[in-house]
Design a binder for this molecule. Structure first.
Ligand SMILES: O=C(O)CCC(=O)C(=O)O
Ligand SMILES: [Fe+2]
Length: 262
């Protein structure tokens, strides 16, 4: 269970239902689907090894490398002592699920957060540009900068879910007021097994929208959707691309990287 959320200190319009939109683009099926509230553009994350050196294999290898060193993966807990159903590692800044604060040194072992690798930042940049191209092409009436404002990530939270992993509905709202007010997007990369991702204007899992995030999908929520409730209801076992597993020996489960700007 997530701790109770405080009343929002942020302007109401960020949560207004009529303006919530989702654009979802699944490059694997060449299908463009509008599902209402968030953006998932083509990310180049599906190509085996991107020519510019930022493909999924390299991301998994980098996360593994960082994950076993200082500041690497651990199983975080909430205030009430319950453990999250995932392993987490923070890059750039540490985020503590118990206090909901960003800190230089994490509570569990005093480790400093490793730097965000430069090629991760480049991938984020490319994903933002891809989403702008996508919006320009298919949603001529939207203001691109309002929908997906540009941002430069200084936080990356890396989660690893095994096959029984999940994450309750929550808002990402611990970044600076300025960042939230501007609607700077949360940009999420999914690798490995697919996940059922829930989202909605309210914290109500029964009535939340659903989208399956596959390996290689990028999902963004910014602008008016920045404070959308979201979570992972389940992982679909054995759905990771075979090649990715063969090349990385990634264990069963799902790796997710979310980037934000504090
Ligand atoms: O794993 C995901 O897709 C979501 C992760 C998330 O919401 C978070 O880290 O705040
Ligand atoms: Fe989140």
């Amino acid at each position: 269970m997530l701790p109770l959320l405080r009343a929002s200190p942020f302007p109401k319009p960020l949560l207004r239902r009529p303006n919530c939109r989702t654009f979802s683009y699944h490059p694997s099926s060449s299908q463009k689907k509008t599902v209402g509230g968030i953006t998932t553009p083509d990310s180049n994350l599906r190509s085996r090894r991107s020519p510019r050196g930022g493909g999924p294999v390299k991301i998994v290898e980098k996360c593994r490398d960082l994950g076993i060193n200082s500041g690497g993966f651990y199983r975080p807990g909430y205030k009430d002592g319950a453990k999250l159903r995932l392993y987490m590692m923070c890059l750039g800044k540490n985020w503590d699920p118990e206090s909901r604060l960003y800190e230089d040194y994490r509570q569990i072992d005093g480790a400093k957060a490793p730097e965000i690798p430069e090629f991760f930042r480049k991938l984020v940049d490319r994903a933002i540009r891809a989403s702008h191209d996508f919006l320009r092409q298919d949603y001529k009436d939207v203001n691109i900068e309002d929908e997906v404002p540009n941002m430069s990530p200084d936080i990356c939270i890396v989660n690893f879910y095994n096959n029984s992993g999940k994450l309750g509905l929550h808002q990402d709202r611990d970044e600076s007021k300025k960042s939230l007010h501007k609607g700077l997007p949360v940009i999420s990369f999914s690798l490995g097994d697919s996940a059922e991702f829930l989202y909605g204007v309210e914290r109500d899992a029964d009535n939340a929208e659903k989208v399956v995030l596959e390996s290689g999908d990028v999902l963004m929520f910014g602008g008016i959707s920045r404070l959308i409730y979201h979570g992972v209801s389940c992982i679909h076992p054995n759905t990771a691309p075979k090649r990715l597993i063969e090349e990385t020996k990634l264990r069963p489960g799902r790796l997710n990287l979310t980037f934000r700007q504090y």
